[in-house]
Every structure is written in C-alpha cells, then in structure tokens.
Design a binder for this molecule. Structure first.
Ligand code: SAM
Length: 267
C-alpha cells in the first residue's frame, strides 16, 4: 500500500474525512440561498463517504453526483444514503477531480468540502466553473489563515504542506479572478476539527496499526512476506506519526488557521 492508500484506509468508516459539520454544511446552503423550491443538480467533488452529499440530497430537491477518487469511500456512501432515504437522489462517480466528465453548464451547484486542496484551490475553482450554469453556486471549504500574522513554526508547516494556504480576502480574490462573485464566507468552528474529525480518527489509530502489522507483529522470523509486513508496519506508523503531529500543531496554533467556507456565484 502506498501512503495515500494507507491514509484512505485510516479514514474508512469515519463519518467525515476532513474538518466539517452538519450545521456548517447547512449554514453554507443558507448562505448560498439554496432551498427546495425548485429541482437542483449538484456535483459534490471529493465527497469522501458522503456526509455533505447525503445532507444536500436530503434537504434540497436535488440530484447529487458524488465524486471521489477513492472507490472504497463511495462504497460506504451507498448504505449511508440508503439509511437516510436518499439513495435514489445520489449517483456516485469514481473519478479524479481534475478529469471530470461533466458537460458545460450541467450543474446548478458545485459543492466541495475539504477537498479542493487536492488540485489546489485556484486550479479547482477555475476548472469547475464551466460545469456551472451562469448564476450557479460554488461552495468550497478551504484551509485559510485567520489573520495576517502567525508564528513561524505554523507558517512553515503549512507552507510546506499546502503552499496555497492564504487569508480569506486572497481566496475571495481568486474567486473573483476565476469568474465568480463571492457571496459568503465563514470559519468552521474548532469542534469541526476536534469532535468531528480528529477525535474519531484518534480512536482508529490502534486498530489501524494492528491491521498493518505494526508494533511487534511480523518482526520475528524471516522471509520476504514478513519483511514486507515490517515495511508496511513502519509506513503505517509514519502515517500515524504525521497525523499526530498535525493534531498537536492544531492544538497549539489552531487560533491562526481554520477551514473557511466560501460561497460564490458564477458570473
Ligand atoms: N468531503 C469529504 C468530507 O468533508 O468528509 C472528504 C474530505 S477529504 C479531506 C478529501 C477527499 O478528497 C477524500 O475523500 C479523497 O479521497 C478525495 N480526493 C483526493 N484526491 C482526489 C482527486 N484527485 N479527485 C477526487 N477526489 C479526491
């Protein structure tokens, strides 16, 4: 397994694969002026196991095309949609967000929570614009500096991890340059990181490490398969160490960055 597959495995079975929350998805829907007064076609890009897709399909008169690169996440979305009674309103599509097969102007809404960074915010909002009808809504959450200054340790960390991180005014400038009118912005509160994302992930650390032969398993004896297992155990431990380091940085410096939710309209 490569690092991406290990990370995906760590996240499988979680309700959300990034910071967010039902209240915040609903707030963004309100900011965007979305209601069930008329039928909508929505693309939810980088949907993971479908927290936002299920909510959008349930609250609106909508058909949602839920897109993710990782088919195993989409497999989990199916039962989740069925349990919420919206299975017939969601179509899943395993596809990379930079190679979407959609038609020009096909959607009323393009939604993406915690995923645009995979392409980079500017490349993503620029590429996805053409899938929206004129006047259509873009709603994207994106990691954001909450003010102009921050300690150098966290500055250097995020510049290494995601050089496109910036302040909200800069992100709105990107939206304007890419042909949108920004209509709303809010910062997701800390419980979106802690209670909805990091704590559920932490509860999975031990079973994840055990599953990947870490911490003693496979360390005795010989042979290629045991050597592979030890290698995978080390990789798995490295994934957990990186996640723990990210969480520790959030606990120390979470006042300086957050997930901003941006709502705009295609001009
Ligand atoms: N939107 C979900 C949520 O908020 O729970 C998932 C957010 S998670 C931080 C990012 C998601 O983007 C993952 O589900 C991941 O599999 C997906 N992803 C990563 N690269 C992608 C790509 N190139 N195309 C489509 N999805 C991608």
């Amino acid at each position: 397994m490569d690092e991406y597959q290990l990370l995906a495995d760590l996240h499988e079975g979680t309700a959300r694969q990034g910071p967010g929350g039902e209240t915040e998805t609903l707030l963004a829907m309100n900011l965007a002026g979305l209601d069930s007064s008329h039928p909508l076609r929505i693309a939810d890009i980088g949907c993971g196991t479908g927290a936002s897709s299920v909510l959008l399909a349930g609250k609106l008169d909508a058909h949602v095309v839920a897109v993710d690169l990782f088919a195993e996440f989409l497999d989990q979305l199916g039962p989740r949609a069925a349990a919420a009674g919206v299975a017939d309103r969601i179509t899943t599509l395993a596809c990379s967000m930079d190679a979407l097969p959609f038609r020009e102007g096909e959607f009323d809404v393009v939604w993406s929570e915690g995923a645009a960074y995979c392409m980079g915010f500017e490349a993503a909002v620029s590429a996805w614009r053409r899938f929206l009808k004129p006047g259509g809504v873009l709603a994207v959450s994106e990691i954001t500096w909450l003010g102009a200054a921050r300690p150098s340790e966290i500055q250097e960390y995020w510049e290494r991890e995601y050089p496109e991180i910036d302040v909200a005014s800069a992100k709105m400038g990107v939206m304007e340059r890419c042909g949108y009118s920004p209509e709303g912005y809010f910062v997701q509160p800390p419980h979106c990181w802690r209670e909805h994302y990091y704590r559920p992930l932490e509860r999975r650390f031990d079973s994840f490490l055990a599953r990947h032969g870490c911490c003693g398993a496979g360390e005795q004896g010989g042979g290629a398969s045991q050597a592979n297992q030890v290698g995978q155990g080390k990789q798995a431990q490295a994934v957990i160490d990186a996640v723990k380091a990210e969480i520790a940085l959030y606990e120390q410096y979470g006042a300086y960055y957050g997930y901003g939710f941006y709502v705009g309209r295609r001009l």
